[in-house]
Design a protein. Structure first.
Length: 430
């Protein structure tokens, strides 16, 4: 089916699937299979040799996953996507698809704690250097770039700092130098489309808002198809050099009959094949269910978040509210430039009593869940200094925006009166 609409409300329901060819089923079937029957030995050889695209093995591709991938690519305005087993896998694959031992990439300091640890320690052990820079000055990315820099990486709405990233400014610097910008858009689906602002690749932890139901772990990478990997051939040997995994294939050349999908195709047939961080068809099905209501949910998330931020701003025990809609100056300009239809559903605040007050507040919550997640339909809360960012040093915690008294809320779609009531009674005990 041809889908000409560019509206996310429509694409979330219709892109990539009209009906099942075998049964006529409107709902996307769960193809719970490991393998696929080849039509002939020639057909099998063509699939394995990438002379034609098709199903080989569910570790690499699956029809249920394919609908989810097509739907997300359509919503973001990309050319192709790849579903993987988690958001951390998506981040890891984005870096490993371009970087080898001895290479580096430049990343924003404003990161989720798990990503910071992946970059600062795990990738470092692989010989890949993460160069952390403060994104408040986009030129810091230029200053940290050299001939071995393979990409830039950032979060649109950094969790937990919540200062919107200067996407266009850094993307323009990168394109001038031949370096692609990879954006983690996990906290800002629908309200931000990084590819429209110059990013080359967008990724998600689909565990969060895409699903919304808190039942499934997953990740997704979307290739914008808008970056010329050949123009800076020496900078991207993984895409422009012969690959021994496929008899010396050069990915930028091999994909030309298929379109500008070198980045995502290599990720699928090399990293996903070899590392095996595949998304299960059942989880892909569940993410499709969540995706169908994502535009509606984001409206409710955003509306509730504004009212929560306003409530906290007027509370005597709250010393600071961290929310894009309450910022001013350059941070507010960026929020207004890149977020459309809301400021996101994450709200942070600091309590005057520090770490003990943060703990007391969390323990006093009754309706709001205390979990290590964001993006559920339910409202969630956590104290990052003792949980998600506890592995970081005190200095690194502050660099990511975490203080002892910082509490992060992921505002759900419950009735606002009930959310505020629970916050109010918990603050009274903090």
């Amino acid at each position: 089916m041809t889908m000409d609409s560019k509206n996310p409300e429509t694409l979330a329901l219709h892109a990539g699937h009209r009906m099942d060819a075998a049964s006529g089923a409107v709902a996307v079937p769960i193809y719970q299979t490991t393998s696929y029957q080849f039509q002939s030995t020639e057909h099998a050889a063509n699939l394995f040799g990438l002379k034609e695209l098709g199903n080989i093995y569910t570790r690499i591709m699956n029809p249920t996953n394919d609908v989810f991938e097509q739907r997300m690519a359509a919503i973001e305005g990309g050319v192709a996507a790849l579903a993987v087993g988690s958001g951390q896998a998506a981040t890891t694959f984005c870096i490993l698809n371009l970087c080898r031992a001895g290479d580096n990439f430049v990343t924003s300091t404003d990161l989720y704690g798990g990503t910071w640890n992946l970059f600062a320690n795990t990738l470092k052990d692989m010989g890949i250097e993460a160069r952390f820079v403060d994104p408040s000055d986009p030129e810091n990315f230029r200053r940290a770039t050299d001939e071995r820099t393979r990409c830039y990486y950032a979060e649109t709405l950094p969790n937990p700092k919540l200062n919107v990233f200067p996407i266009r400014e850094v993307a323009d610097i990168g394109r001038e130098l031949g370096v692609p910008l990879i954006m983690d858009n996990t906290a800002a689906p629908i309200i931000c489309k990084p590819l429209d602002h110059g990013a080359a690749v967008v990724m998600y932890s689909t565990t969060k808002y895409i699903g919304g139901h808190g039942t499934s772990i997953g990740g997704l990478v979307i290739d914008g198809g808008n970056f010329d990997w050949e123009a800076q051939g020496d900078r991207f040997p993984t895409l422009n050099g012969p690959d021994p995994s496929y008899h010396g294939a050069v990915w930028t050349q091999a994909v030309k009959p298929l379109g500008p999908i070198a980045f995502i195709l290599r990720m699928r047939v090399i990293l996903l094949r070899d590392v095996g961080a595949a998304m299960s068809p059942m989880n892909a099905f569940l993410f499709i269910q969540g995706l169908e209501t994502l535009p509606l949910r984001m409206r409710a998330h955003n509306e509730n978040a504004v009212m929560v931020a306003d409530f906290l701003k007027g509370h005597a025990k709250v010393t600071k509210v961290i929310f894009p809609g309450h910022q001013d100056g350059e941070p507010r300009r960026r929020a207004d430039a890149y977020l459309k239809g809301g400021y996101g559903a994450l709200v942070g605040f600091e309590l005057e009593g520090g770490k003990e007050a943060g703990r007391a507040f969390i323990d006093a919550l009754q309706m709001i869940y205390h979990v290590a997640n964001i993006g559920d339909a339910r409202t969630l809360a956590i104290h990052p200094a003792t949980t998600t960012h506890s592995q970081l040093s005190a200095e690194d915690q502050l660099a990511t925006g975490v203080s002892d008294g910082y509490v992060r809320l992921s505002i759900g779609i419950e009735h606002i009166d009930d959310i505020l009531s629970d916050l109010d009674q918990a603050l009274a005990k903090a």
